[in-house]
Design a protein around this ligand. Sequence first.
Ligand SMILES: [Zn+2]
Length: 239
Amino acid sequence: MDNNEPGNLEDLFAHNRTWAARMERDRPGFFTSLVKQQTPRYMWIGCSDSRVPANQITGLEPGEVFVHRNVANIVVHSDLNALSAIQFAVERLKVQHIMVVGHYGCAGVKAALEGARIGLADNWIRHIQDVRDRHRVLLNSLPEELRADALCELNVTEQVVNVAVSTVMEDAWSRGQSASIHGWAFGVHDGLLQDLGMTINGIKPIDSLYKAAVQRIRYKWSKRAEEPQSDADPAQAEA
Ligand SMILES: [Zn+2]
């Protein structure tokens, strides 16, 4: 097996055969039970970034988490791809928790912050620039090196709201289905997930939850700005 050979995909198939054999050896019948049904309790909406794999980070197996990923974990009101995935997860699979998961050091968020031109993705990332512009005062009050990670959290908060105001969630909650949406951030530098405390379950008003979440982010990052900066990633100091 030569991992260094570009274009040689045989090692992926070899890994796959090893993995499938190991799963079947350790858990006989694992795949036949998967064929019958998937019953995930969770839906993960995350960034496409290769460093943020939903199953591995959460220790979940095939069948346990329904995943939708795109550049910078954005849920656009009219994105039929994301909305269809959310509808399937909520109405068919009856997931109980939807996590919108951003990550520190996100290139999409950085590009949005800096207004950098990448290409077609600029139009996609424009949604994060809207978030940036909405919170310009907060972001400008922070040292430059902290702004991208603060915007990562603000973006997650915003996208949690976007899931919550979708017709899928409104319909689910109005028929009494229990499902919560959570905002998380993942640290590529330490492998740890942070709960941003932005959880919507259809009971409390979204507006007050959103304002409280933004307040927490403002407080957290302004405190962080007062700390002596090391050369480590600022997100690392998370308590
Ligand atoms: Zn990213």
